[in-house]
Design a protein around this ligand. Sequence first.
Ligand code: PHE
Ligand code: NA
Length: 456
Amino acid sequence: HGTDMTTTQPRTQWLGRWGFVLAATGSAVGLGNIWKFPYMTGEYGGGAFVLVYLACILAVGVPVMMAEIALGRRGRGSPVDAVRRVVAESGRSGAWSLLGWMAMLCGFLILCFYVVVAGWSFAYLWKMLSGGLAGGSVEDMVAIFAANNASPWNLGLWSTLVTVATMVIVGKGVQAGIEKSVGWMMPGMVVMLLVLIVYGLFSGGFGAALRFLFVFDAGSLSGEGLLAALGHAFFTLSLASGAILTYGSYLPAGASIVRTSLTVAVADTLVALMAGLAIFPAIFANGMDPGEGPGLIFMSLPLAFQAMPLGTLFGVLFFAMLSMAALTSAISMVEATVSWLCDRHGLSRPAAAWGAGSVLWVISTLAMLSFNLGADWTLAGRHLFDWLDYLTSRWLMPLGGLGMALLAGFVLRGAPLREELGLTAGWHALWLFMVRYVSPLGILVVFVDALGLVEV
Ligand code: PHE
Ligand code: NA
């Protein structure tokens, strides 16, 4: 191909006026909000982690999201092509296109462990339906979670199911399926979380949960916790992973980037905070350890569902919503790769989806084995599952986000992006200040602190 662009048809666009907002919200709201945010908050000590996370969303996440959507719409392509085009348009060094490659790779690697966790959610939906979550004690729930992981056939079945479902949807094309499903799933998720929060009010653990989430104790946050909060801000907003950038490439010309970015970020943050308020009362009421780790919601929520009126019904609905939310995020992680295979290599969408899906299946199956057959396969103390999470959240996303901010702030000098963002002079200056100084410095400080180079 060389460097000439082979796309000849006009790029597809979102259908409805709310298409992009729905799809981007579907990408953002997922296991990150309901599974990862609570267990990380538990692991890193509560309020201080939450505060740093919120600061990262505002100071780094929103400005970088605006930059990524603008880059995507300006470049009208997969991250690799979009970044290359916009960089070329500005006459700057092609080396910056590496950033597009990095983002695309990052999204794919996230998906390789994400399908395993989504598989947990589907497995728990099935357990809810079939009565497999009976048992009244914390010990019972710990045992059920362990048993679900212990069988490679069981776990592999669920993660394979998620992989296949993702590829079927992606193969069909992103617009119709995603736009429709997110439109009713998101309100449904909010209703389920409200049910859990109301139940939590009466469970005896609500006060403790509020204190844990919102009382700031500066001493409780390590440098590692800071980096975890920063990485999670990128993860939860689907940034630096090609997802938002690629979705932005389908954004119609007239849509406001700032308004959509804010809507997505606010919706994502509200769902995460609601998830915290839904989950921690159940944890404290049952005397569980908030630092339980990745199994946290799967061990605590079934207890709450068993104790509440109509619990089975609510439990089924909850895990159905969680599984849907996971799917709408999974789709967005591989969309960058699929659109790159289609645009640059002329593959049909189904061929691209199944090709990417095959590679995904091999890696995710190896990651799934971390929980059973491959329990001893570790490198520097981490399983493949942990490596995928660690590498993407602690390295690729913060560094990719730093790159995006610098690219938008300095390299492109704001010129092509200025047109896309269409902000008034004052707001544009503020955005530029954020991507030039606040976001990069924030990322650097957190990095340097986490690497233990300085004491903050
Ligand atoms: N934002 C998604 C979540 O919170 C995860 C995600 C990461 C999606 C990266 C796309 C890209 O679950
Ligand atoms: Na999220």
